[in-house]
Design a protein around this ligand. Structure first.
Ligand SMILES: *Cc1c(COP(=O)(O)O)cnc(C)c1O
Length: 454
């Protein structure tokens, strides 16, 4: 039997994050002020983010040191394992070698803890007493609660009301690690009260929750706001994933031909791929495939344009692929992939054809999740199962072509809190939803008053 697990010692934990900004073929378009549409300076962001994270967002340094206190917490679950999926390969009867990096070993169950710990640390260093954020299904809220707990920072989570009621266990995790979580819309903010006045039974939305979280940060000197994806510094914190994977692939004696990750805002895909990017830029042939749901086809259908990061229009305008800030995708079980926008860096690299997007249906994704559970044993998050399906597609192509391709994908999290989705799938109740192309007219309408990105 071949080796299937590739572990690194604690002493081999990467000590720096990789900042891809320095190596992009041309600079990113600057973020713009939400009202004046003028390029933003660091001071514009200072009321809601700590200065160190603002610096990282625009940093000209290729490598950024990971502070010792952050490394100490990473060591609770890092380095994370890299596996060779021998049993899946056998089931597919493919000559391809399939590897995956497993981020579900973090206490919060996903890669999101990698940036949560870093963000909590830099806030603590600048004397911030409390961090506010929003969470949909609770993955980000639980990761940030875990992180704030270690640095003695209070954490305030506005959780979309339907999820608060329907997903009580993620809510309990948030509370177990000590954060204060309220259902959004809440009566604690002006934005929340305004919504409740209109509609006391509002189920809430991410847009409303973001407005509440940003309002709390803007109005309180001791409070900052935090985001779990999309932004450059978030993607950079996730590069620990790819940096470890590179070392582990070396131990395995292989080098990937194809890298795959699911994309919501893009951070776990960025984390796996970015550290391999310099090799690709220097001529090595590596494909990088970003997988999204067909119901929220940001990269495959959305235009590259300036848009808000949130539905309320409070965030800066970012140049990215977007379906429009008020686009609300149908409720699929991969809740973490239902975001209208995308990391500006990934958007740019897709535009330059250095990365490629792929959109998949919910049912084929759950099929892949079940095959994976029955071969590799891990029950994947429905988000991560998008990457699994894409890996299977590539392995099947390799079989047809008789090619020994090396495939590496990011298994961004486990699915233990997503069993309602599995339940519906196994009972035959899940359906594929569609994205109607007429929606794009509305998208262009939402964007028409913003400066052009190209
Ligand atoms: C949040 C989440 C995602 C999507 O976020 P990205 O920033 O695109 O990585 C993917 N997988 C899991 C398990 C998540 O919790």
């Amino acid at each position: 039997m071949n080796q299937t697990k590739f572990f690194l010692d604690e002493k081999d934990l990467p000590k720096q994050w990789y900042n891809i900004l320095v190596d992009l073929p041309s600079p990113l378009k600057p973020p713009l002020h939400p009202v004046t549409h003028k390029p933003l300076g660091p001071d514009d962001l200072a009321p809601i983010f700590p200065m160190e994270l603002i610096k990282q967002e625009m940093s000209p340094e290729r490598w950024i040191d990971i502070p010792d206190q952050v490394l100490d917490i990473y060591k609770i679950w890092r380095p994370s394992p890299l596996y060779r999926a021998l049993r899946l390969e056998k089931a597919l009867d493919t000559p391809a070698r399939i590897y995956y990096k497993y981020e579900g070993v973090s206490p919060a169950g996903s890669h999101k803890a990698n940036t949560a710990v870093a963000q909590a640390y830099f806030n603590m260093k600048e004397g911030v007493k409390r961090i506010s954020t929003e969470t949909g299904a609770g993955q980000w809220g639980s990761a940030l609660s875990l992180a704030c707990n270690y640095f003695g920072i209070a954490c305030k989570v506005f959780m979309v009301k339907v999820s608060f009621q329907q997903k009580p266990y993620r809510r309990s995790m948030i509370q177990a690690w000590g954060a204060n979580v309220v259902a959004s819309p809440s009566d604690e903010t002006e934005s929340g009260r305004a919504v409740l006045k209109e509609n006391p039974d509002s189920p809430g939305s991410l847009g409303i929750a973001i407005s509440e979280a940003v309002e709390v940060a803007a109005k309180n000197e001791d409070t900052k706001y935090s985001l779990g994806s999309v932004l450059n510094h978030v993607c950079m914190h996730q590069t620990i994933v790819g940096l470890e994977a590179k070392k582990q692939m070396e131990i395995a004696g292989d080098y990937p031909d194809i890298l795959i990750g699911c994309v919501g805002g893009g951070s776990n895909f960025a984390g796996l791929c970015f550290p391999f990017y310099p090799d690709k830029f220097n001529g090595r042939s590596i494909r990088m495939v970003a997988v999204e749901p067909k119901t929220c086809p940001t990269l495959t259908k959305g235009p590259y344009a300036y848009d808000y990061g949130d539905i309320a229009g409070l965030t800066p305008l970012l140049a990215m692929n977007t379906l429009g800030h008020s686009f609300v995708p149908p409720p699929i079980h991969a809740g973490g992939l239902r975001y209208h926008g995308m990391s500006p860096i990934i958007s740019k690299l897709v535009k330059e054809k250095l990365m490629e997007p792929l959109a998949l249906n919910q049912l084929e994704v759950f099929d892949a999740a079940i095959l994976f559970a029955r071969t590799e044993a891990i029950i994947p998050a429905p988000e991560s199962a998008h990457a699994i399906r894409a890996a299977i597609i590539e392995a099947e192509k390799a079989k047809l072509a008789g090619e020994k391709k090396v495939i590496l994908f990011n298994l961004s999290g486990h699915g233990h809190f997503d069993m309602a989705g599995y339940d519906a799938f196994l009972a035959g109740k899940l359906k594929d939803a569609t994205f109607a192309d007429e929606q794009l007219k509305k998208t262009y309408d939402m964007l028409k008053d913003f400066p052009a990105a190209e």
